[in-house]
Ligand binder design. Structure first.
Ligand SMILES: [Zn+2]
Length: 105
């Protein structure tokens, strides 16, 4: 019984490791392979409207991420951390107020 449990746990870890490899492959994998991708791993299209370009710390060039997925992650984070989300909104509000006060266009 104990052995079965251990075997199960090992199998689970192995599967988790493979899953992680897939995720990292998607994120920091070969730049050309990434550039050739037309959809994110969830199947949203990499159209200009749905793509966020950001500089990566890991390699030269730009990384693309899916706006739909980013928005979903943000929504999920807000749902899980309502207090932090409120605090962040307040900070954003204060920042905008300070920018407006500082003049500019
Ligand atoms: Zn997506």
């Amino acid at each position: 019984m104990l052995i079965d449990l251990e075997a199960d746990e090992l199998a689970e870890r192995e599967i988790a490791g493979i899953a992680l490899g897939v995720v990292y492959g998607q994120k920091y994998g070969d730049a050309e392979a990434n550039a050739a991708k037309t959809h994110c791993w969830r199947g949203h299209p990499y159209t200009p409207e749905n793509t966020i370009l950001s500089k990566t710390r890991f390699r030269a060039g730009e990384a693309r991420s899916c706006r739909t997925c980013a928005a979903a992650r943000k929504r999920e984070w807000r749902r899980r951390n309502p207090e932090l989300a409120r605090a962040q909104r307040h900070l954003t509000y204060l920042g905008e107020k300070a920018r407006r006060k500082g003049g500019g266009s």
